[in-house]
Write a protein that binds this ligand. Structure first.
Ligand SMILES: Cc1cc2nc3c(=O)[nH]c(=O)nc-3n(C[C@H](O)[C@H](O)[C@H](O)COP(=O)(O)OP(=O)(O)OC[C@H]3O[C@@H](n4cnc5c(N)ncnc54)[C@H](O)[C@@H]3O)c2cc1C
Length: 437
């Protein structure tokens, strides 16, 4: 199997891969424009949906609105942090122009400040966009209030000094510097108890930082603070990796909740469940560097647009569809959705983007769509050493609700090669760029 076939192989959805002859494409400067389908967010979900809409119907007027000037990836950023597989910063960052040119949708580079779902108008700093159908693919936001309540200064400090690193760009660059300049001591990673973007990411990151310490003979320890009994994803394999490859480097603290941080004293305060005394004990952890992940929620724009969310902040959808319960013409895909037990992954975002494109094209033609038959699929790879990885595949079935079955791989070099093939295959698919690797 060729490298990129790993990605094609992993598209488990029904979406057909048709070739596009892009005829109209432009980077749009706006005052006020109209479009048939507006896609908010040019991340994995938004770009997948836009590409597939144009693939299925090249004449459809599709507009992506994205605040970033370039595409920046979270997948494979941990490999870059760990200095493995020769992953460069360029491998994570791409221009949008190639995709715009190849797939032929309109692209507005602007920050969305508001959406009037009833009048069907999106407001940006550059003007407004009127739409018929709206796809919200704006990802996550952090909820620092849950960690620090009204202490806004502490939240700001934490975001800057101990970046969560679940949003690409600055946070990753800062983490890279923290790791490269690390002289020794504790590097603490704190994980929230609620759902967050990419469940395996913090454990993979711990492995990658530990790899870097080993490789560069740094006398450092990675301490993972986790409120769970075991890792949130691939638990047996990550536990195996911590014990087999990083026994003296990674300390996994289960049943442990982050309570507070003092950046002057360089101390993190946690409560950890003592299995012998059966009580929670207060513990002070000294640290040199830390990455504190706050609880996540759907991008604030969703609530601002009057689209219903659950108390935990994720968007409510009308089952079995991806339509918001608050409006028939609004779809919500990618990490923001909270309706289905789908992991917040790039593969899932891609898969759901394809499904919604299929539904929309059918809907515009006046045809129905069988959501209960065509479900998304997921595969997620995690690097655990410089040459070995583990993967998990999820298969879904809709009966009374969505049911999932999963298969976890061994930790091996074959999976590491598959991970690389998957990543560059996905990038090629949504950005229309062939990797130079
Ligand atoms: C460290 C790490 C490693 C990961 N590794 C993997 C992996 O190996 N495999 C995997 O499948 N997944 C992985 N993921 C998860 C993956 O990155 C996410 O699930 C995926 O990015 C979700 O896609 P999305 O389109 O929903 O959100 P995003 O990709 O976050 O896209 C949202 C887009 O909306 C834009 N936006 C937000 N607000 C506005 C606004 N107001 N105006 C205009 N634009 C706006 C943002 O700029 C962004 O481009 C990883 C995540 C992390 C953090």
């Amino acid at each position: 199997m060729f490298r990129r076939d790993f990605f094609k192989f992993s598209i488990l959805t029904a979406a057909a891969l048709t070739t596009v002859n892009a005829s109209t494409n432009e980077k749009v400067k706006i005052n006020s424009i109209k479009t048939k389908v507006a896609i908010c967010g040019g991340g994995f979900a938004g770009l997948s949906c836009a590409k597939q809409l144009k693939s299925l119907n090249p004449n459809l007027d599709v507009t992506v609105i994205e605040k970033r000037a370039n595409f920046s990836s979270c997948p494979f950023s941990n490999a870059w942090l760990g200095d493995i597989k020769n992953i460069s910063y360029e491998d994570l960052n791409y221009d949008y122009n190639s995709a715009i040119e190849k797939y032929g949708y309109n692209f507005v580079n602007a920050t969305i400040s508001d959406i009037d779902k009833d009048k069907k108008i999106i407001t940006t700093e550059n003007g407004t966009i009127e739409y018929e159908y709206l796809v919200m693919a704006v990802g996550i936001d952090y909820n620092y209030k849950k960690l620090f309540r009204r202490d806004v200064e502490k939240a700001k400090d934490c975001q800057i000094k101990a970046p969560a690193g679940l949003k690409p760009g600055s946070e990753h660059i800062k983490l890279k510097r923290m790791i490269k300049n690390f002289k020794g001591g504790n590097f603490v990673i704190s994980i929230p108890s609620q759902a967050y973007k990419c469940p395996p990411a913090p454990y993979e990151r711990a492995c990658m930082i530990a790899t870097y310490f080993k490789e560069n003979k740094i006398d450092g320890k990675v301490i993972i603070i986790d409120p769970r009994v075991k890792p949130a994803a691939k638990p047996e394999r990550f536990t195996q990796a911590f014990n087999e490859f990083y026994k003296d480097i990674i300390e996994y603290k289960s049943n442990t909740k982050f309570k507070d941080v003092d950046f002057d004293k360089k101390e993190i305060y946690v409560e950890s469940f003592n299995k012998k005394t059966l009580v929670f004990e207060k513990i002070t952890l000294p640290f040199e560097e830390a990455s504190v992940i706050p609880p996540n929620m759907a991008n604030k724009l969703i609530k601002k647009a009057g689209l219903a969310t659950y108390v935990n902040g994720w968007a409510k959808l009308r089952q079995p569809t991806f339509r918001s319960v608050s409006h028939e013409d609004v779809y919500i895909i990618g990490d923001s959705q909270g309706e289905y037990p789908y992991p917040k992954s790039a593969q899932m975002a891609n898969s759901c983007g394809y499904l919604v494109a299929e539904e929309l094209v059918n809907r515009i033609k006046g045809k129905g769509y069988k959501y209960k038959t065509y479900l998304p699929g997921n595969v997620c790879y995690s690097m655990v050493t410089a040459h070995k990885a583990v993967s998990i595949s999820h298969l879904y079935e809709f009966t009374d609700k969505v049911h999932v079955t999963s298969i976890t791989s061994d930790i091996d070099t074959f999976t590491a090669d598959a991970a690389e093939g998957w990543y560059f295959g996905l990038i090629e698919d949504i950005l229309g760029i062939e990797s130079l690797r």
